[in-house]
Design a protein. Structure first.
Length: 84
């Protein structure tokens, strides 16, 4: 068995070691009843896989709808009067 796979009981009893391996080696897999249940990985790895590939401005500029000429207008009427 690979050295990055832990049974749940072992992961619980050696949690500090599990975290160290996840931080300094590779993601660690925890099994429950013989089935892969969760992956423990470093925060650095987590941010790499969850970080958007582009920012919002770049995403909108690359949109296939950029050429449709959408006009956004704002209602310039004054707000209504409210009796308090």
């Amino acid at each position: 068995m690979k050295d990055n796979i832990w049974q749940l009981q072992e992961a619980k009893s050696k949690f500090s070691q599990l975290v160290e391996h996840a931080m300094h080696k590779e993601p660690q897999i925890v099994t429950k009843h013989g089935n892969k249940a969760v992956v423990v990985l470093s925060f650095e790895e987590y941010t790499k896989i969850t970080k958007p590939q582009t920012d919002l401005v770049q995403f909108l500029r690359n949109s296939p709808l950029v050429e449709i000429g959408l006009e956004i207008t704002r209602n310039k009427d004054l707000p209504r009067d409210i009796d308090l």
